[in-house]
Design a protein around this ligand. Structure first.
Ligand SMILES: Nc1nc2c(c(=O)[nH]1)N[C@H]1C(S)=C(S)[C@@H](COP(=O)(O)O)O[C@H]1N2
Ligand SMILES: [Mo]
Length: 219
């Protein structure tokens, strides 16, 4: 399975990067206008990558890993790693903004885009919210629109290296436009729903919407 994991990824990496470069070239001008200052208010840049968790680091074996996507969808799935890696590869570069005030620029992510997963499961018209459930019991919630954005992915590689256990490997969510607590590590389930279900931090005083540019830190 480790063999399958790295083999499938290698085959797709170049094509995915090329696609990303094309997109970047088209978006560069627009991006610079909107984010002249790329550091959101109250943040400071770090060069390392801090680890934040609930005090446990699950080890999730790619061979037994499954990704369930269900709830308000026409075609619920439970994907094996091989099936997940068979989906078109997605490559993106984005900045991390953590509510504890660190930001980390230029993270290169590789994985499968949220839009690709939506094409697979077909969320119904009732699906207005999304809940992520992880192997450590963590949950976090976003709106359908926040998840189905063109920079959102389920990532398995960072800077061309497999995501380590400490950062949520083998697969974690990446939602660049929101504070990083919305990006669930060790994700195992994605549930589309007609109603919003506040997650672990959202029920403990964190803001439901989590926009770093308007400092939606706490509620
Ligand atoms: N499953 C899970 N996902 C999680 C967390 C967690 O404790 N468990 N912490 C969140 C928080 S508060 C942050 S800031 C980021 C930290 O990710 P990192 O450790 O890779 O920097 O993961 C988010 N996703
Ligand atoms: Mo965080």
């Amino acid at each position: 399975m480790t063999e399958t994991f790295s083999g499938a990824i290698r085959d797709k990496l170049i094509a995915a990067k090329q696609q990303w470069a094309e997109k970047g070239r088209l978006l560069t001008g627009k991006k610079d206008v909107n984010r002249e200052n790329r550091l959101p208010p109250g943040q400071r840049e770090v060069r390392d990558w801090p680890v934040l968790d609930l005090g446990i680091t699950p080890h999730v074996d790619p061979a037994s890993w499954r990704l369930s996507i269900g709830g308000e969808v026409e075609n619920p799935v439970s994907l094996t790693m091989a099936q997940f890696l068979d989906l078109p590869a997605f490559y993106d570069q984005s900045d991390i903004h953590c509510v504890t005030s660190w930001s980390r620029y230029d993270n290169h992510w590789q994985g499968v885009s949220a839009l690709e997963l939506a094409r697979l499961v077909h969320p119904t018209d009732k699906a207005k919210y999304v809940l992520f459930t992880a192997h450590d019991g963590y949950t976090t919630n976003v709106t359908r629109g926040q998840f189905l954005d063109d920079d959102v992915l389920l990532a398995h590689h960072w800077q061309d290296k497999p995501l380590g256990d400490e950062h949520g490997g083998p697969v974690r969510v990446i939602i660049p436009k929101l504070y990083f607590w919305k990006s669930a590590k060790w994700v195992r389930e994605i549930t589309f729903s007609a109603t919003d279900k506040p997650g672990f931090w959202e029920t403990r005083g964190y803001h439901n919407n989590a926009d770093p540019w308007t400092e939606q830190r706490y509620s």
